[in-house]
Design a protein around this ligand. Structure first.
Ligand code: AMP
Length: 664
């Protein structure tokens, strides 16, 4: 209905003018009248319902359980830097990865301190809003996010058909103080800090209540299947044109000196901002280079956070605990008298290892300065010797493992940590290995957590990860807080884990230094567990990115009879220990060749061409690098790709030449 449509368009526009441009063109009163009119019409003609109508801003929906959604593109963390030297080191790493480049430009942005959100837009309408969660999957909080006025429900201008955009939802300092004053006035405990309050607000069940919270949002990263722009700078300008709230604090810097100026400026000015920031984010501006640099398993290589020096507080050391990891490494952890730091209470701080304790010259009962160095766990930066009690003794690093076996700890050459070598008996290591096995990135046995593993181990039901597959419902039900349904879910997840591909199973085994990336490389090189178990040192060393440390660790792992027995059992249970035939594409016609596709093609879509390349054993990447073998060009081939291919002597081929290559 035209009237409804027009009113919606008009109200979206007013909303944008008011909340983003801070330039309202009508009075609040007139706005309310128009909104009321729209709601009346929508009630009268429910067939014209639109989930993104301005009327939806006021909330009203109830979400009992937020669905978990797997991110199409993972939401990574950022690596941290604390000094100009860290930034220089980062630049060096970057330049090594982009051959032929001596310098790159950076786009600097503020690091907004709130909750990250991933928004998906299709045909210009907001279709979903998902929290970061663990980076792989998050919660669907769309209904709540729709109530945030600075998030557009409809876009303007020449937006692409489908894309995602990431940003940070937060509460401004003044609004937060107002909320708290009201709470104090009403005799309610005030909120601890704006970040936690913003994050809690997104998970409220009643979106009407969310609408009442002063949440706002800055957007800063467009993500899509195809590269839409040449630079991060252009993407921010475009995002702003499409109606997104983009902070105008970003700056394009030609070199690291300019980046340092930006950092210095905001380090001085950050307290004048209306909202909290916890640093600066530096991004490689050129998106082709970003693609070339890619990601590690945790961070983008093309971006880094610069963390401002945070506040320090003083507190008292109460005692020291020792934690034993799954590899037997022992970490001392300081227990502290709880103290407020950066909005949260700090009770513990990692001391890393014995050397760190000696370096600090830590005595029992000392007063210590604690700082948050960017990591979640704060660190002790120094000891206040003037406050030390006379006669207090230095902290002595434990000689034995904290487990009941009390085995002596051993310092291994060239390693900072002490180790408990009781690999097969130490309960902490046994439980640690099982926990790693079931973790999300490994076998993903949802429903089984640390506490359940503890109980299963205590009751003698599991003493290694293969034992998990012997569990029966009758074993689980008697455990504390275990309902029938949860027991069924666990058994179901164990059963499903038999479908998990070999590279994840290999990662789940918990071989020291074999993380996800290394596991992938090993699987590619050896294809099945028998080949891997019979591999010698030299053949392991031949695998890309595998060095001495990893090779030795793999050999050691497979030399254990106990480990071999467990693997044998897991094989019998039916876990995957080889690449399946469909994954095994290495011996086909394009094996070892890397393609970049650019431009438009008459009879085939780019996706179809990519599938053809991959099903013939080749690889596609989004940007031309020295490793690219062919640039497959169609009509309107991307000019930057063409230049780069010419610079690097990459062969440019037509679709006809390509089809000939694969005999079509
Ligand atoms: P961290 O959680 O410290 O590893 O930092 C990564 C998070 O910083 C991202 O998930 C974002 O939510 C947040 N962030 C805030 N501002 C920015 C920005 N300008 N660019 C990228 N990430 C940002």
């Amino acid at each position: 209905m035209k009237k409804i449509d027009d009113l919606r368009k008009e109200l979206h526009e007013h909303n944008h003018n008011y909340y983003m441009l801070d330039m309202p063109t009508i009075s609040d009163y007139d706005f309310d009248i128009k909104l009321k009119k729209l709601i009346e019409l929508e009630n009268k003609y429910p067939e014209y319902f639109d989930a993104n109508s301005p009327s939806q801003r006021v909330g009203g929906s109830i979400t009992k359980i937020f669905d978990t959604v797997v991110h199409q593109f993972p939401m990574y963390s950022l690596n941290n830097s604390y000094s100009k030297k860290d930034l220089n080191d980062w630049q060096e790493r970057i330049l090594k990865k982009i051959p032929g480049k001596e310098k790159v430009e950076y786009l600097c942005e503020l690091k907004f301190d709130g909750v990250s959100i991933n928004l998906t837009y299709e045909k210009g309408s907001l279709v979903s809003a998902v929290t970061r969660g663990d980076g792989v999957e998050g919660d669907n909080v769309t209904e709540n996010v729709k109530t945030i006025n600075t998030i557009p429900l409809k876009l303007k201008g020449d937006f692409p058909e489908k894309f995602q955009i990431r940003g940070e939802i937060f509460i401004e300092k003044d609004d937060f103080d107002k909320m708290n004053s009201l709470r104090i006035k009403n005799g309610i405990e005030p909120y601890m800090n704006p970040r936690n309050t913003a994050s809690g607000s997104l998970k409220l069940q009643d979106s009407k209540e969310v609408a009442n919270r002063p949440l706002t949002c800055y957007l800063f990263q467009i993500v899509s299947e195809n590269q839409l722009f040449d630079t991060q700078h252009m993407s921010l300008q475009k995002a702003s044109e499409w109606g997104f709230n983009v902070s105008n604090t970003y700056r394009l810097c030609k070199n690291l000196d300019e980046v340092a100026d930006y950092i210095k400026y905001w380090d001085n000015k950050k307290d004048d901002l209306k909202y909290e920031i916890d640093g600066i984010v530096v991004k490689v501006n050129d998106l082709d280079y970003q693609n070339e640099l890619g990601f590690t398993s945790k961070f983008p290589r093309w971006s880094i956070a610069y963390k401002f020096k945070t506040d320090r507080v003083t507190t008292k050391l109460i005692g020291i605990n020792y934690q034993v990891g799954r590899t037997g490494a022992v970490t001392p952890v300081a227990n502290l008298k709880p103290v407020l730091l950066g909005g949260t209470f700090v009770k513990r701080a990692s001391l890393h290892n014995e050397d760190q304790i000696l370096k600090l010259d830590l005595h029992e009962g000392d007063y210590v300065s604690v700082e948050k160095g960017g990591e979640i766990i704060p660190k002790i930066v120094n000891v206040l010797k003037e406050k030390r009690e006379i006669g207090s003794s230095p902290v002595k690093f434990s000689k034995t493992c904290p487990c009941n076996l009390k085995k002596n700890l051993v310092k291994i050459k060239d390693e900072a940590n002490h180790y408990c070598l009781s690999f097969d008996e130490c309960p902490y290591q046994i439980k640690g290995r099982i926990q790693h096995f079931i973790s999300r990135k490994a076998m993903d046995i949802s429903g089984l957590g640390g506490e359940t593993i503890d109980l299963l181990y205590k009751n003698g039901l599991v003493s290694n990860y293969a034992d998990l597959y012997n569990l029966k419902k009758k074993d689980l039900i008697p455990l504390e807080r275990m309902a029938e349904k949860s027991a069924e879910n666990i058994l179901n997840a164990l059963n499903l884990s038999k479908q998990i591909e070999f590279e994840r199973v290999l990662f789940a085994l918990g071989i020291r230094f074999v993380g996800q990336t290394v596991a992938k490389k090993i699987v590619k090189a050896f294809e099945n567990i028998d080949n891997l178990m019979s591999a010698d040192y030299e053949s392991l060393m031949e695998v890309e990115e595998i060095g001495e440390k990893i090779s030795k660790s793999i050999l050691e792992f497979f030399s254990s009879i106990e480990n071999k027995k467990i693997i044998n059992r897991l094989q019998k249970i039916g876990l995957k220990f080889e690449v399946s035939q469909s994954d095994n594409i290495s011996k086909t016609i394009l094996s070892g060749y890397s393609f970049v596709i650019s431009g438009k093609f008459k009879n085939l879509s780019r996706n179809e061409i990519a599938t053809l390349i991959e099903s013939n054993g080749g690889k596609t990447t989004s940007s031309v690098t020295s490793k690219t073998n062919y640039l497959l060009g169609g009509e309107d081939i991307g000019p930057s790709k063409l230049t780069r291919a010419n610079e690097l002597n990459v062969k440019i081929i037509s679709i006809e030449e390509f089809l000939e290559m694969i005999n079509i």
